[in-house]
Design a protein around this ligand. Structure first.
Ligand code: IPE
Ligand code: IPE
Ligand code: MG
Length: 253
């Protein structure tokens, strides 16, 4: 997989390898609009979106970016027509099954975050298998947010902490940011440095609300199926122009 894309197979020379984001998050938006523009049903955009995702994952490996988290299905996406939801659930399962051998060969660790218990049973089984089998892999931490909602994640963390307090295992005064983080789905992952959203929408749509506190946000008008290595290159160039201040005074002042 590493050498399968000859275009930009290695890190472009205008990028500084020491200042790459360690964790990139992506809101893969615009599949439906992409398909409609081609005169195809919306779901064909989801199918093509998988190809764009595979190439981005490969690119992270090729360019040395150790973590990629993508938004595949939000807690609000159940509101879509049932045929689209069913298509997506089936697609997730098919892709997982089809790509497992390659994930192993490429040393990619797969993790799913979200309320996974509400997903179809056969998908849950495939998810559990993929997470267990790739657990020791280390080249890229690949996280897929499925039936994920930032508010839901925060509420379930509060509930888990409340149970610990009730059981006498935790003193409320000991609750701090670190304890709270331990109850998030993403525990153990670094916070995203860069969030990319495709298709021009300037919103977070309930993605990684806690974790995104200091992420740099990059929005492109390109729809997700057209987001390729050159687009990613542009996003990284933009990221490397940013001054991340984390509340401190800027360098020029
Ligand atoms: C993103 O593309 C994929 C999912 C939400 C699953 P959309 O399906 O939201 O595409 P648009 O935004 O309607 O074009
Ligand atoms: C966000 O996209 C969710 C995913 C990409 C999975 P949406 O298309 O659902 O977001 P909104 O509805 O435009 O905010
Ligand atoms: Mg959308």
């Amino acid at each position: 997989m590493v050498n399968s894309s000859p275009v930009l197979a290695t890190l472009p020379p205008d990028l500084d390898s020491d200042r790459l984001p360690k964790h990139v998050a992506a809101i893969m938006d615009g599949n439906g609009r992409w398909a409609r523009r081609q005169g195809m049903p919306r779901v064909m955009g989801h199918r093509r979106g998988v190809d764009a995702l595979k190439d981005l994952l490969r690119c992270c490996k090729d360019w040395g970016i150790p973590a990629l988290t993508v938004y595949a299905f939000s807690t609000e996406n159940w509101r879509r027509p049932s045929h689209e939801v069913d298509f997506l659930m089936t697609l997730f399962e098919q892709v997982l099954r089809r790509e497992m051998a390659e994930m192993m060969a490429e040393n990619i660790r797969i993790r799913f975050v979200g309320n996974l218990e509400a997903l179809p049973r056969s998908l849950q089984a495939e998810i559990a298998r993929s997470m267990a089998e790739t657990q020791q892999n280390q080249d890229v931490e690949f996280t897929i947010a499925t039936n994920y909602g930032g508010r839901q994640e925060i509420v379930q963390a509060c509930r888990a902490i409340a149970h610990q307090v009730k059981a006498g295992k935790l003193d409320p005064d000991d609750i701090d940011e670190n304890i709270f983080e331990q109850h998030l789905y993403t525990w153990g992952l670094s916070h995203p440095d860069l969030l990319i959203r495709t298709s021009g929408e300037m919103r977070i749509s309930n993605f990684l609300l806690w974790q995104m506190a200091y992420a740099e946000i990059y929005v492109t008008n390109t729809t997700w199926p057209d987001f390729d290595r050159e687009q990613f290159h542009q996003a990284l160039l933009d990221y490397q122009q940013r001054e991340r201040r984390f509340g401190k005074v800027g360098k020029v002042l």
